[in-house]
Design a protein around this ligand. Sequence first.
Ligand code: PLP
Length: 489
Amino acid sequence: MIQDGNGLRFSADELARRLVGTGARSGPLYRQLSDSLAELIERGELPPGSALPPERALSEALTVSRTTVVAAYQALREKGQLERRQGSGTRVAPDRNRETVSGLAGDHAASQFLSGPLATIDFATAALPSLDLVADVAAGLTRDDYLRLTSTHHGYHLRGLPALRERIARWYSDAGTATAPEDILITSGAQQALELVARGCLQPGDGVIVEQPTYRGALEAFARTGSRLRTVRIDERGLDVAALERLLTNESPRLVYVQAAAHNPTGVVLADDRRQRLAKLLDQHEVVLVDDTSLAGTAFDGRTTPAALGTHERLITIGSMSKLFWGGLRLGWIRAVPQVVSRFARVRGITDLGSSLVAQEVALRLLDHRATAETERRTALPVGLRTLTELLGRHLPDWSWQDPQAGASLWVRLPHGDATHFAQIALRYGVALLPGAVFSADGSTDHHTRLPYALPPATLTQGVTRLAQAWTDYLNRTTVDVTLTSAVT
Ligand SMILES: Cc1ncc(COP(=O)(O)O)c(C=O)c1O
């Protein structure tokens, strides 16, 4: 997406990826497309003035006929949502009442719009189901507990419930990384923590290094600040720290974002020798290192590494209750030196006066059950993974992957083609997928897709069966394309 004199200009592939996040629809294809485009316009993801790709390019990206795109654009022009401008193609019409946003947030944005007659299976989200423990602990809170909470304070704790900050600090200290409550800022999920890091540390033009692939909510938070994103690949042992070191020397970036404990989307845990080397880089380079440990506690071998990179004045560790316990608590935290915590608290105060104390009271008690929660996760997750890989082996034998060591998603390599186009076909067969490109800063991981496995076996079975049908359809289409291309060349 680039900015031109009149607004944003979307390439066909970028638009195709955004369309994956719109609702499942039925009816003629052109109508489905025009409704989905209208939804993106309404949501502000295609702001007024945005230039849409030419019909032919979009038809290729979506593997539909050009007539379908022409009819969809025409329908939106008739409704006044698009306009054709002489010399500058098709653009979104101006609308003063519409709010604009620059991107989707996190992994879950795509799924929340999914509904409709196809009963689409949501493979776009890799969230973990709540543990029963969460309900048990929440139900254990009594009226007296709530009275203690409500009667002692007005309820606005910008930095978080003091008892929870103390509890988290103690957990780090017990695990060998001395931490004080002043080092902890409770946030509304790790996503807010990322937003605070981005706003608190970055200026337009700052260099940011991210893993390739990485968590897309982080990419979006960093991109919004106008920073320049550079990438370092990861392999089966995690981040290529030697390559990172070279980039640090050559480019002097402001910030590096990693997931050392367990990585979304690949499930890789950073190897010990690389982790040690990564931690040492902070002594050699003037850079802020952000370690997002949201998935910590989901490692299949039971390894818990709350602060695997130790302590440093330029190290920021992000944690979350979402993966181990439940995303609905909407609680995470930042661990950093007190001056940095204070800076982030000020940034936070602009938009939010603190996270829910009721949720924090539940989280406080849940943290006493961390070991039980970890055992439950490392029992259930590998079972889901086995189910998914067996299904893939049976129905899609030429898809490949590295076995994850943690987390709830499989990073799958497609043997042909690209996932942006395949995701369009998969949606028509009733499966919402995120193309690999959305997990990378430059879109270059599009020969991959991410499949979740923390789902009931019946959902996995139905989802993979539909994907196999979609794949056959996709292969037929791409084979036809190749034949046609070679016939004319
Ligand atoms: C690596 C990573 N960071 C942050 C988040 C956001 O988590 P939360 O639910 O705590 O906002 C996620 C959620 O998917 C994630 O995978």
